[in-house]
Design a protein around this ligand. Structure first.
Ligand SMILES: *Cc1c(COP(=O)(O)O)cnc(C)c1O
Length: 468
C-alpha cells in the first residue's frame, strides 16, 4: 500500500494537463484546484481502505482526471447561461420568465458597457430622474397620471402598502390571498409592510357588502389581487374593481384607496391579436383604480421589475418613501424596461419574444413544428413525429388558459425518455424539453426557429447514447 500511495498524481502536473487547462480558463484556478484536491484525496482513501483501484502512476492520474473532469463539466454546465425553452411554457419562472427582445438586450449591453446618462439630462446638462423616460412612456401607454418602477411586483405591492397604508387596515377578499410561489404570499408581504390585513368574504364568494361591512375609520385601502396562477370555479362571485371604486366613493371624508395588483399588467388589448380579452392597465385606471402594480417580466415581456401606475398624488408618496431607495431599479433593468416600452410605443409587438409566442397562430406553430420534425426525422437512430401539444402562458400570467400548440415527439429505441431528456439538457446551450408517456417533447411555440439547426446538431448525437 505504501508504494501505491506514491502513484497519487502531483497537483501541478494535473493543473498543466491540456484538458484541465480548458476548465481553468472557463471556471477559475481555485475551482479546478479544489476539485482536483478532493479527487486525489478520494484516491488516497480508496488505496488505503479498499485496496487500490489503480496499478501505476499513469492509471492513477487518469483515475483522478476522469472523475475531476466529470465534476468540472457539471459545474460548467450549471453556470448561468442561455437555454432553449422547448417546454411550451412561455413564461417559465425557472427559465428566467420573459426573454428580452433583441433591442432591449442590445440596449443593456450598450448602456452598461460604459458610462451613461442614468441620472443626467444630456441636452440640459443637469440632473434628471432615472425614471424619466420610463415614466413618460408608461403614462402614454396606460393613461396614468404618474408611474414608477421598482425591483419586482412584490416590491411594488410592498411599497404601495408601506407608503399609502402603513399602520392602517387593508381589505382583501379571501378569494385573492395568493401564494406567488416558493411559499411567498402577498398577504404576508402586506403584513410585513406594516399594514393590518382584513379578510373579506369567503374563498369562493366575496360580494361588495363583505367589503363594506369591514370599512371603518382605520381603513386605508381596498385591495384587489389578480388570481394569476389559479382559478376558482363553481359557486363563485367577486366584486370587480369598478364596484370597489364606487364603494370607496361613498366615503368622501375618509375615502379608502383602491389598489389593484394586476399580476401581469397587460398594456395592449390581447383581443386585437387573436387572444381572449384581458383587462388592461388602461382599463383598470379608467375604472378609477388609484394605483395599479404589475410585473415587468410577465406578459409585458421586459426585465424583472415591478411597475406602478396611477394617480400622481399617490405615486409621488411612493417615490418619496424611504423604502423606494431600497427597491429602485438599476441601470440594466432600466435600459431593458425603457427599450421594451419604446417597442410598445411603436406597436412593435412582433419583436417582443413573449408577445410573439403568445400571438403566433396555431397554424403557424404547426408549420414550424413540421419544419423541425423534417430536420430531425432524417437523423440516424431517432424516431420522431410532429403532433398537437398544449402550451401555457405560465408564470402566473394569464390564469391557466391552455394555448393550442404543436410539438415534435422524440424517441430513441432502447433509450429511456429520461436519458434523452438529460442528454438534451447537458449541452453547451441546454435544450429543456418535457416528458409525457415516455416520449420526449419539444414544443415549437417557445423555440426560436433560429435554434432549429443547433437542435438538429445536438440530436445527431442521440444515436451514440443508444449504444453506450
Ligand atoms: C407574479 C405575481 C406577483 C409577483 O410578481 P413578481 O414580479 O414576481 O414579484 C404578485 N402578484 C401577482 C398577482 C402575481 O401574479
Amino acid at each position: 500500500m505504501e508504494n501505491k500511495l506514491r502513484f497519487i498524481p502531483k497537483m501541478d502536473e494535473l493543473m498543466k494537463d491540456s484538458e484541465i487547462i480548458r476548465f481553468r480558463e472557463e471556471l477559475s484556478d481555485n475551482t479546478v484546484l479544489g476539485v482536483l484536491r478532493e479527487e486525489t484525496e478520494n484516491l488516497r482513501e480508496c488505496i488505503q481502505n479498499k485496496g487500490t483501484p489503480v496499478e501505476d502512476r499513469v492509471a492513477a492520474a487518469a483515475w483522478v482526471k476522469q472523475r475531476a473532469i466529470q465534476r468540472l463539466q457539471g459545474k460548467k454546465t450549471d453556470r448561468l447561461k442561455r437555454v432553449i425553452n422547448a417546454t411550451g411554457v412561455i413564461l417559465h419562472t425557472n427559465l428566467g420568465r420573459a426573454p428580452l427582445s433583441r433591442e432591449a438586450a442590445a440596449k443593456v449591453s450598450e448602456v452598461v458597457s460604459g458610462y451613461n446618462n442614468l441620472e443626467y439630462s444630456v441636452s440640459e446638462g443637469n440632473r434628471r430622474s432615472r425614471m424619466f423616460y420610463v415614466e413618460e412612456l408608461l403614462k402614454e401607454l396606460t393613461g396614468a397620471e404618474a408611474a414608477l418602477a421598482v425591483n419586482n411586483n412584490a416590491a411594488a405591492v410592498f411599497l404601495a402598502m408601506r407608503a399609502l397604508c402603513k399602520g392602517k387596515e387593508v381589505i382583501l377578499s379571501r378569494g385573492e390571498i395568493v401564494e406567488i410561489g416558493d411559499s411567498f404570499r402577498i398577504s404576508e408581504i402586506i403584513r410585513e409592510s406594516g399594514c393590518i390585513l382584513r379578510e373579506a368574504g369567503a374563498t369562493n364568494r366575496t360580494n361588495i357588502g363583505d367589503y363594506e361591512s369591514l370599512i371603518c375609520e382605520n381603513t386605508a385601502a381596498l385591495l384587489k389581487i389578480h388570481r394569476s396562477n389559479f382559478r376558482i370555479v363553481g359557486f363563485t362571485g367577486e366584486a370587480g374593481a369598478s364596484e370597489l371604486v364606487e364603494l370607496s366613493r361613498k366615503y368622501p371624508q375618509n375615502r379608502p384607496l383602491v389598489i389593484e395588483d394586476m399580476g401581469s399588467g397587460i398594456l395592449e388589448d390581447l383581443s386585437k391579436h387573436g387572444m381572449k380579452y384581458e383587462r388592461t392597465v388602461r382599463d383598470a385606471l379608467h375604472d378609477g383604480v388609484d394605483v395599479v402594480t404589475f410585473s415587468g417580466d410577465k406578459v409585458l415581456g421586459g426585465p424583472q421589475a415591478g411597475v406602478i401606475a396611477g394617480k400622481k398624488k399617490y405615486v409621488d408618496l411612493m417615490r418619496k418613501n424611504q423604502m423606494y431607495r431600497c427597491l429602485r431599479l438599476d441601470k440594466m433593468c432600466l435600459a431593458a424596461l425603457e427599450a421594451t416600452l419604446w417597442q410598445y410605443a411603436r406597436g412593435d409587438y412582433q419583436n417582443i419574444p413573449v408577445l410573439k409566442s403568445l400571438f403566433e397562430t396555431e397554424e403557424s406553430v404547426h408549420e414550424k413544428a413540421g419544419r423541425l420534425n423534417t430536420m430531425l426525422s432524417g437523423l440516424v437512430g431517432i424516431h420522431c413525429y410532429a403532433g398537437p401539444h398544449t402550451a401555457m402562458s405560465g408564470g402566473g400570467a394569464l390564469p391557466g388558459e391552455p394555448i393550442g400548440s404543436s410539438a415534435v415527439f422524440i424517441a430513441v429505441p432502447g433509450v429511456p425518455a429520461s436519458d434523452i431528456d438529460s442528454y438534451l439538457r447537458n449541452q453547451t446551450v441546454p435544450i429543456i424539453a418535457t416528458i409525457t408517456d415516455g416520449e420526449v417533447i419539444l414544443d415549437a411555440r417557445t423555440v426560436d426557429e433560429g435554434d432549429f439547426g443547433y437542435i438538429r446538431d445536438v440530436c445527431t448525437g442521440l444515436k451514440d447514447i443508444a449504444r453506450t
